[in-house]
Design a protein around this ligand. Structure first.
Ligand SMILES: [Fe+2]
Length: 192
């Protein structure tokens, strides 16, 4: 179970302390507890999360491991508004500009794919083996590693991520999230 690198109220007003405490302390904790029970004695016990997600068949082990991997990458990409680096720099910034023209155009594309994802899931920015960027919509617990991509940045569009603060206003939640994305973290993932 990951520890958060900020306080429960550290992402306010974008994400409230109440949402964060339920999302991290209840939802993610449940996925961790479930996986710890489910994989005992299976071929997946002790395997790295990414490997479980790549190899497990559809079912409970895949779902719980996928949700742990998704939430780890999600929670660790944030910093408070005052501490986050608000724009990408270097090779990541150049690649976004090459493919989308501007950062604003990329953000609009990413948000619209989050808004149009039907039901529960995740919208991701990933890199392929050549450093090309790609936005994917992943249903349920899936993660871009299943497609051989390197996951960089994600918005959780499960309702538990925003319902206490934004109710049905998913689009408003997604457009606010940019304020707490720490692009330094995304750059480090891209460079790996
Ligand atoms: Fe979530």
């Amino acid at each position: 179970m990951i520890n958060l690198p900020y306080k429960d109220n550290g992402l306010e007003p974008v994400i409230s302390a109440q949402t964060l405490s339920f999302h991290h302390g209840k939802h993610l904790q449940a996925y961790v507890d479930n996986l710890n029970k489910l994989f005992v004695g299976s071929e997946f016990e002790g395997m790295a999360l990414e490997d479980i997600v790549r190899k497990a068949p559809a079912g409970a082990i895949f779902n719980n491991a996928g949700q742990i991997l998704n939430h780890n990458l999600y929670f660790l990409q944030f910093a408070s508004t005052s501490e986050s680096q608000h724009k990408p720099t270097g090779s990541l910034a150049a690649q976004i500009e090459k493919q989308w023209g501007t950062l604003e155009a990329f953000k609009a594309d990413f948000e619209s794919k989050g808004v149009s994802l039907f039901g529960s899931g995740w919208v991701w920015l990933s890199a392929d083996a050549n450093g090309q960027l790609v936005i994917t919509q992943e249903p349920g617990a899936s993660n871009p590693v299943v497609k051989g991509l390197k996951p960089l940045l994600t918005f959780d569009v499960w309702e538990h991520a925003y319902y206490l603060d934004y109710q049905n206003r998913r689009a408003a939640h997604l457009s606010a999230l940019w304020q707490i994305i720490d692009w330094k973290v995304i750059e480090e993932r891209y460079a790996k």
